[in-house]
Design a protein around this ligand. Structure first.
Ligand SMILES: *Cc1c(COP(=O)(O)O)cnc(C)c1O
Length: 320
């Protein structure tokens, strides 16, 4: 993704060769032979197995440039793994806070990269509170994928790559999972940048997907109200189960600006979506299968026949 370095926030225009793991330029392929216009962006093939590597690579390279020696982050799994891996490469000490319910494989991966792991009992929000308290107490760098703006500088390369891979055109529609909105907002910023530079005519319509049992952004969007916290009543789509998303209002504005909408993933169809994708060759985690399940349920509502649609496959099934 460093091919787009001119658009990234670094003084030096050399790629950070000691930090990059070759992240980016993931394949863009059709869903199957019958759906040539439905394209899968295979971000689960990233170095640590999720799109979070886009944001983490830029954020940690920037932290290194700023002389940071120790960071804290909190995550429901994939962001923590990614920050841990890039910190390991950059020789930065790393504390990762996760909810105690995080999947064993993600926890093992975080530890393997040498991060100090803090398991917090309670909700995802309790985990964030514990991390922020540690940041304040020790005055450490908060490598948060939610709050730190450099993370979004990385995720915007998702848009640039799709544009380049689609013959320097924007697709009509993007189907993106949304919990905190780090991919969605990055993609939105990236396509806006392309539009401002006169490279595309319009920003793709963004269809955001939330988990049915934890959908505060979908709820606020459809009721035309401010975001309020919901209770996560349990979902397999742990990667998007964010009960009180800090940037929820920003996500709603972005979706509205593209004339898109927000849908929810039918919980009961997640397992069959995992199997269906696997039978087409894509081995993804439940959160990603949820995005596909929602797309299948609602595609008739928003897709025109010849629309080119890109669906992001965000996380690897190997981590389940
Ligand atoms: C992080 C993550 C998401 C959700 O991203 P947000 O930034 O919270 O919107 C979706 N899928 C996977 C696999 C993830 O790791």
């Amino acid at each position: 993704m460093w091919r787009y370095q001119e658009a990234l926030p670094f003084e030096d225009q050399e790629p950070p060769s000691a930090i990059t793991l070759g992240e980016g330029m993931t394949p863009l392929v059709s869903l199957d032979g019958r759906n040539p216009n439905i394209l899968m962006k295979m971000d689960y093939l990233m170095p640590t197995g999720s799109f979070k590597d886009r944001g983490a690579a830029v954020l940690i390279a920037k932290a290194k440039e700023l002389g940071v020696t120790s960071v804290i982050a909190d995550s429901s799994g994939n962001a923590g793994t990614s920050i841990a891996a890039y910190c390991a490469r950059a020789n930065i000490d790393c504390h990762i806070y996760v909810p105690a319910s995080t999947s064993e494989k993600k926890i093992a991966q975080i530890k393997a990269h040498g991060a100090e792991l803090h398991k917090i009992t309670g909700s995802r929000e309790d985990t964030a509170r514990a991390a922020i308290a540690h940041v304040k107490k020790e005055k450490l760098f908060y490598a948060s994928h939610v709050y730190n703006p450099y993370f979004y500088e990385g995720t915007k390369t998702f848009a640039f790559e799709i544009w380049e891979q689609h013959n320097f055109c924007a697709p009509d529609t993007l189907i993106l999972p949304v919990g905190n909105g780090t991919l969605l907002l990055g993609a939105y910023i990236g396509f806006k940048n392309l539009k401002q530079a006169g490279m595309i005519k319009r920003v793709p319509k963004i269809i955001a997907v939330q988990a049915e049992p934890c959908a505060p952004i979908a709820k606020a969007f459809h009721q035309n109200k401010a975001i309020s916290a919901v209770e996560n009543i349990g979902t397999q789509a742990e990667g998007i189960a964010i009960a009180n998303p800090a940037r929820g209002q920003q996500v709603i504005s972005a979706v509205k600006d593209t004339e898109g909408t927000i849908i929810t993933a039918p919980e009961a169809q997640i397992d069959s979506a995992i199997q269906e994708l696997a039978r087409k060759g894509f081995y993804v985690e439940p959160t990603t299968a949820a995005t596909y399940a929602a797309f299948k349920k609602y595609r008739g509502n928003f897709l025109n026949k010849d629309d080119v649609t890109v669906l992001s496959l965000c996380g690897s099934g190997l981590k389940k």
